[in-house]
Write a protein that binds this ligand. Sequence first.
Ligand SMILES: C[S@@+](CC[C@H](N)C(=O)[O-])C[C@H]1O[C@@H](n2cnc3c(N)ncnc32)[C@H](O)[C@@H]1O
Length: 198
Amino acid sequence: MDSMPFSQSCENNKDFILEVLREAFADRRQVLEIASGTGQHACHFAGAMHWLQWQPTELAQNLPVLEPRCRAYEGANLLPPAALDVRAEPWSIVVPDALFSANSLHIMAFSAVEQLFAALAGAAASDTLLAVYGPFNYGGQYTSASNARFDQWLAQQHPDSAIRDFEAVDALARGAGFSIQADHEMPANNRLLLWRKA
Ligand SMILES: C[S@@+](CC[C@H](N)C(=O)[O-])C[C@H]1O[C@@H](n2cnc3c(N)ncnc32)[C@H](O)[C@@H]1O
């Protein structure tokens, strides 16, 4: 376990996210996780919500980061990690009745966020839930000085990465047939947004 890829932020946020998902996903059957990273969220959430089948995914080149922890998962409700690039047209994976993604929209380019929602416009059925965790700006403003510093740091890592405007992402979601159900304030100036497809 110790040698596995590890994210401290996942450890810090996983129980706060779980508290919301446990209720939001109470009537769901399967979750497609986009950009699963180290798999800490996938294993924690699958382990705590046994009624769900959890499908972790990552960019093909990052699957070696995700696979070791998923292999070590003891239980039957974690599906083998699959390759998914949200820019793929069409997606090679079936979209189930729920989706989850953490800390991914500010990493991928905004054009990829657009492609994600374009894919969901076609592939997600009515009543699909989408839960997205991460930092967001509102009214063009940072919600904290630390998010402003984080955004500067992101820009240095990659010019396409940036904290997204909630309004811009919500407009894409609406264009794909989703409407916002909840916007939870989370620790460390993050949000957990929930959309439902009409
Ligand atoms: C900061 S990590 C977040 C990982 C994990 N969800 C977490 O909360 O720790 C961002 C992830 O987005 C993934 N990613 C970037 N572009 C992507 C794309 N076009 N499609 C799918 N995943 C992408 C990266 O591979 C990376 O693992």
